[in-house]
Structure formats: structure tokens, C-alpha cells
Design a protein around this ligand. Structure first.
Ligand SMILES: Cc1cc2nc3c(=O)[nH]c(=O)nc-3n(C[C@H](O)[C@H](O)[C@H](O)COP(=O)(O)OP(=O)(O)OC[C@H]3O[C@@H](n4cnc5c(N)ncnc54)[C@H](O)[C@@H]3O)c2cc1C
Length: 407
């Protein structure tokens, strides 16, 4: 008599769900694998990701370096990336006819610059493997049976499966995880990550469009610090230096209710003493020139003007007349320029949540729940998130791949 095939339910038709389903069917060809997606759209975030180009992964092939881009999950991800890393992502897509290219900042995209290429590849693979897909299948509850699981759908219907992979993505509200909390999983409270800083009262906004790099930014009263390019926007500040801070400080800044002071060092990582020494040289070499006309740190012209106007020295001030006091004021301004942040803005609608299933409840070598056997997690539903640059998809591919092995 034929045994019933292993039933595998993958909940969520996003990047992690597709990768998990493909991995499950590849590793267990005898199994019946079905993706259940609540909406009528599959891979919808892949479609809009990276401005429609899909930043698939990052050109960072050293796992020890790679994990540093994950404010949540850094240590536990080491094991997981050891099993499926960006190198494997590149190979996986290339062996299926999708070539990836790197940009100068390390982001990797399909050479077509079109996210449809990634979607078509994943869809083709699911069809080829005979993976079932059910859309408008919104899973409401998950109940552990003696063997396997039973799931209720919102409208009507009940599904049974021997193994379940949850790949339902992040949720901005803690209540979005209630159905998983019921199986005893610890949920790390969701809070936004990857946002830009609003500075409603700061005149620097007039310089919108100006990019300064590299700068370093600190949050006053905390240990948070980052460096990189900074973009001045209509609302305040953005760019990699700010986005990194928003990700690494997601919880702390949420606790401050997004009201805090940002200290900008416009000279990058230079210490006050070094900046003072450079300014002394300028005084001796260009003493008779106006400060407006010598921009010793190569800052964008409009920014340099803006900063020296803040010191209110007058149009005609020349370097040799600055005196010790004004040089000190300039040093302080260049290295510790203070801005009041009041609120945040989501970065390019690229909403990423920090929080989700606590990694303490997950075996990162298998992605299986430590609380409920035969239940696996993949993607943003986990308390894992990366900075912008392809790291979030990489986490989805990696955790999906591992979960699909079904131990
Ligand atoms: C605009 C935008 C651009 C982005 N660009 C990039 C980028 O270029 N590179 C990068 O690395 N990251 C990017 N990200 C982040 C990245 O998209 C996510 O980290 C990634 O999509 C997470 O994949 P996932 O499969 O875990 O979750 P999702 O993509 O959110 O998929 C989860 C799926 O589960 C379904 N679902 C939820 N609950 C249920 C339920 N109860 N029953 C059935 N189905 C359910 C949802 O409808 C959804 O389709 C971007 C995000 C956004 C919003």
C-alpha cells in the first residue's frame, strides 16, 4: 500500500516562503509542498524592492563581515550563513539563468535591473518542481496535533500538514504575532527600523539634496554612532550614515519617542585635535584669504557656507583674524554639530520591522522551533533584520533554504 506523502505547508508567498518551498521540494521530492498566501499577489515585496530592480544580496562574501550588517541576529546568523551565504545566492540564481551584478556600494542586482527577472525565476522553479500555490489563503491559527499541525483559514477551511514553515514576514503590530505566541513562542516587540530623521526646526533642511561624505553621526546620551554618506533632505537627514543609526538604534530611538539630538562630525572620523591642527595650517598658509573661500575639508560648497554662517563671523572674515576663540568654535562646529531630531520618516517605503519570533526559540542550524517540533520559521517573521543593501533578502534566502531542509 502507498504511504501518504509528507505534507508540507509553507505559510506566506514572499521571498522566504518561495525559497523555503523550493528547498523543501528539492530536499524531499516525495513531499507535497504547498505555499499558502493570504493575498492574491505573490512575491509582492520582491516586485517593488530596490526601486523595482530587486537588490537581491550584497557583495560581502566573508560571513564574519556579513553578520555585522544585522542589528538583530548578528551572532545567531553566523551559523545560518555558514550554510547558505551570498556566494550561494549568486550561484543559485546564476545556475538558473539569472546573472547578478554588483554596484560600487556592494549592492547586487539582476543584470536586467528588473525585479521581474527574480520573480520569473522563482515562479519557474516552483512550477518545475510541482509546488502547489494557494492564494487568498489567510491562515488564522495553528494548532499542534499529536502528529503535525492543523491550520484554520480566515474565511473558511482547515488544512492539515506534517510540517509547517512560517514565512509570513514582519508585522508592525505585536498582535500580528498572536497566533504564533499561542504556541509558546517569545515575541520580540516589533518596532520600525530603517528610517530617516525629521528635523522640523532645523534650517539645514534648506540644503536639501546636498550629500556630505564621509561624516560620522552620534546620538547624544547614547553609544550609538555610525559613519558614511549623509544626505540632507526636505525633512531632515537621510543617507547611509543615518539609516545605519536608525537600524542599530531601532529600539533605543523608539524608547526616546524619536526625540533626541544628533551630533554630526562633518570631517568624518577626525578628532578635534586633528581638525584644530589642520585649521592652524590653513591660518598659516592662507591667512589673508576669506574663510568662505578656503574649504579645508572639501565639504560641499553650500554646506561650508551654511556652517560658517552659523558662526556669524561676517562676510569678510579672513583666516588670520579668526583668533583662538573662533577657531575653537569652528572646530566644535565641524566635529560636534548639534541637530534636534523630532520624529522619523520611513525610508522610500522600505518598511522593515525589527522584532518578531525570538531567536532563542529557534534552532538556527535548522530553523526549527525549539518550542514546537516540525514547525519552522524563515524570513522577516524572525527577529532578524539587516541594514539597507540587500541584507534583508539575503536573510530571507538563507533562512528559507535552511528551513526547507526540514532538519
Ligand atoms: C519597498 C520595499 C523595498 C525593499 N527593498 C529591498 C531590497 O532591495 N533588498 C532587500 O534585501 N530588502 C528589501 N526590502 C526588505 C525585504 O523586502 C523583506 O525583508 C523581505 O521581503 C522579507 O521577506 P519575507 O518573505 O520574510 O516576508 P514578505 O515579503 O513580507 O512576505 C510575507 C508574505 O506572507 C503573507 N502572509 C502574512 N501573513 C499571512 C498569513 N497569516 N497567511 C498567509 N499568508 C500570510 C504576506 O501577504 C506576504 O506575501 C524592501 C522592503 C520594502 C517594503
Amino acid at each position: 500500500m502507498n504511504e501518504k506523502p509528507l505534507q508540507v505547508a509553507v505559510i506566506g508567498g514572499g521571498a522566504a516562503g518561495f525559497f523555503a518551498a523550493i528547498s523543501a521540494k528539492t530536499n524531499h521530492p516525495e513531499a507535497k509542498v504547498t505555499i499558502y498566501e493570504k493575498s492574491n499577489k505573490l512575491l509582492s515585496k520582491v516586485r517593488i524592492s530596490g526601486g523595482g530592480r530587486c537588490n537581491v544580496t550584497h557583495h560581502c562574501f566573508d560571513v564574519r563581515e556579513l553578520v555585522k550588517f544585522y542589528p538583530r541576529g548578528e551572532r545567531p546568523l553566523k551559523k545560518a550563513f555558514g550554510m547558505f551565504s551570498p556566494t550561494d545566492t549568486v550561484e543559485w540564481f546564476e545556475s538558473r539563468g539569472v546573472n547578478l551584478k554588483s554596484e560600487s556600494d556592494g549592492r547586487m542586482f539582476p543584470t536586467t535591473d528588473d525585479s521581474e527577472t527574480i520573480i520569473n525565476c522563482l515562479m519557474r522553479e516552483t512550477r518545475k518542481l510541482g509546488i502547489g500555490i494557494k492564494t487568498k489563503a489567510n491562515i488564522k491559527s495553528l494548532k499542534k496535533l499529536n502528529s503535525g499541525y492543523e491550520m484554520d483559514l480566515y474565511r473558511s477551511g482547515r488544512i492539515k500538514a506534517d510540517k509547517v514553515i512560517v514565512a509570513t514576514g514582519g508585522s508592525p503590530r505585536a498582535s500580528g504575532f498572536d497566533w504564533l505566541r499561542e504556541l509558546d513562542h517569545e515575541i520580540e516587540e516589533p518596532v520600525p527600523s530603517l528610517f530617516t530623521f525629521n528635523m522640523p526646526g532645523e534650517p539645514i533642511k534648506e540644503l536639501m539634496g546636498v550629500v556630505a561624505e564621509p561624516v560620522s553621526v552620534k546620538i547624544m546620551g547614547s553609544k550609538l554612532q555610525s559613519s558614511g554618506p549623509l544626505l540632507i533632505t526636505h525633512w531632515g537627514m537621510s543617507g547611509p550614515a543615518i539609516l545605519k543609526l536608525s537600524a542599530f538604534g531601532a529600539r533605543e530611538l523608539n524608547e526616546k519617542d524619536y526625540e533626541f539630538k544628533a551630533l554630526v562630525n562633518w570631517t568624518g572620523e577626525r578628532a578635534e585635535q586633528e581638525v584644530r591642527a589642520i585649521l592652524k595650517e590653513v591660518v598659516s598658509d592662507h591667512g589673508l584669504k576669506k574663510i568662505h573661500n578656503v574649504n579645508p575639508f572639501g565639504l560641499p560648497g553650500r554646506l561650508w557656507e551654511f556652517l560658517i554662517e552659523k558662526l556669524d563671523l561676517g562676510e569678510d572674515m579672513i583666516w588670520q583674524n579668526m583668533g583662538k576663540k573662533n577657531i575653537n568654535r569652528l572646530v566644535h562646529l565641524l566635529t560636534n554639530d548639534e541637530y534636534q531630531v523630532q520624529g522619523k520618516t520611513t525610508f522610500k517605503e522600505e518598511f522593515v520591522t525589527c522584532g518578531g519570533i525570538s531567536l532563542q526559540d529557534v534552532d538556527m542550524k535548522t530553523m526549527e522551533s525549539r518550542k514546537s517540533p516540525d514547525l519552522y520559521f524563515a524570513g522577516e517573521v524572525l527577529d532578524v533584520d539587516g541594514v539597507t543593501g540587500g541584507f534583508n533578502f539575503q536573510a530571507a534566502w538563507t533562512t528559507g533554504y535552511i528551513a526547507g531542509k526540514l532538519r
